[in-house]
Design a protein around this ligand. Structure first.
Ligand code: NDP
Ligand code: GDR
Length: 324
């Protein structure tokens, strides 16, 4: 039975990846950081099937000890300060967790067992002010936030360990992927959760920032499978994972409110607080290399994704559940 270590298992992707690896027969070890309140709501349903260990991307010793004790075959490094907007007021913390954290875990792997296969959660935010459309593995980076800069560091240190130490290190350049488990602060979930509240008479306003930015939105459940496929390759390489389609925040609003029988113009207010100091206007990925090498393709359309999220939020509120 192969063993996989997931950092960031309490996050959106960590929970889907853990579920997927269990179906593949893995022993799943998840690293969680100490918090004063337990935040295992995304993994409660599988908690008896996985092992949780305590560690932090800021603490090298904890990473070394976890690797020594559990000797994983594969490490999926999903842990990060992942909210772009927070990276401006917290640029140093973002760099510590999202950039230097990658070096900490890579070097711990090098010391404990350099044959461990490693996946790094790179991001389309690295393309930032895009240099070509659509973006491919070879498109130059131009990050537009401290988060994007930190991810570029994480990306290149992963490539560097692959080339310096001949380690099986892969960087997946994933475009935005969403689900009913998406954090409430990200624009898609913020919209679908508020649509549900408005529909149920609990709210009558949604305050947003830039409605014109365009993203390539896919379903998180599809994207974690691509992470695993990358580590099964004999030769480690980097891959863009995306749908190849782009929609604006406006389009998302139309679809989400429309699905609930509402008109977003009646509820949405633009608010300066949610505007960013620098914006990434347009992202759209070209996943053809992943299609050719990994046989990967997305299975959920934009419309299906939005409807899935709205339906899940309405159901969650109707059942009185705490939002994930
Ligand atoms: P989330 O924000 O949902 O999850 C982030 C995870 O990282 C959480 O489990 C969090 O723990 C953990 N974490 C944060 N800081 C630390 C730390 N110092 N030590 C240990 N754990 C820490 O992100 P997603 O699941 O959406 O994304 C997963 C990864 O993929 C991230 O690296 C993100 O940057 C990247 N990515 C995501 C994309 C997306 O569209 N979702 C696209 C491209 C890349 P806690 O629960 O305690 O906060
Ligand atoms: P992003 O996701 O920055 O692309 O990063 P987010 O959903 O936060 O923003 C997408 C776009 O929507 C605009 N926007 C708003 N965003 C938020 N959060 N809140 C608002 O009120 C709002 N109004 C408009 C933003 O300006 C932006 O243009 C996500 C994260 O998961 C990263 O970790 C990951 O690397 C990238 O996707 C790929």
């Amino acid at each position: 039975m192969p063993t996989a270590l997931i950092t960031g298992i309490t996050g959106q992707d960590g929970s889907y990846l853990a579920e997927f690896l269990l179906t593949q027969g893995y022993k799943v070890v998840g690293m969680v950081r100490r918090t004063s309140t337990v935040n295992f709501h995304r993994i409660t349903h599988i908690q008896d099937k996985i092992s949780l260990v305590s560690g932090d991307m800021l603490d090298q010793i904890s990473l070394l000890n976890i690797l020594e004790e559990h000797r994983p075959d594969e490490v999926y490094n999903l842990a990060a300060q992942s909210f772009v907007q927070t990276s401006w007021p917290q640029p140093v913390f973002t760099g510590e967790a999202t950039a230097l954290g990658v070096t900490r875990i890579l070097d711990a792997i090098r010391l404990v067992d350099p044959t461990i296969r490693f996946y790094q959660a790179s991001s389309s935010e690295m393309f930032g002010k895009v240099k070509e459309v659509p973006q491919r593995e070879v498109t130059p980076f131009y990050p537009r936030s401290p988060y994007g800069v930190a991810k570029v560091y994480g990306h290149w240190i992963t490539v560097n360990y692959r080339e310096s130490y001949n380690m099986h290190c892969t960087s997946g350049i994933l475009f935005n992927h969403e689900s009913p488990r998406r954090g409430l602060e990200f624009v898609t979930r913020k919209i679908t959760h508020e649509v549900a509240r408005i529909k149920l008479g609990l709210s009558n306003e949604l305050r947003l920032g830039n409605l014109d930015s365009r993203r390539d939105w896919g379903f998180a459940g599809d994207y974690v499978k691509a992470m695993w496929l990358m580590l099964q390759r004999g030769t480690p390489e980097d891959y863009v994972i995306a749908t190849g389609e782009t929609y604006s925040v406006n389009d998302f609003l139309n679809e989400a409110f429309g699905h609930a029988g509402l008109d977003w113009h009646d509820y949405v207010v633009q608010d300066q607080r949610f505007m960013r100091p620098a914006e990434v206007d347009l992202l759209v990925g070209d996943p053809s290399k992943a299609g050719a090498d990994l046989g990967w393709e997305p299975t959920v359309t934009f419309k299906e994704l939005v409807q899935m999220m709205v339906d899940a939020d309405i159901e969650m509120l109707q059942n009185g559940q705490i939002p994930m």
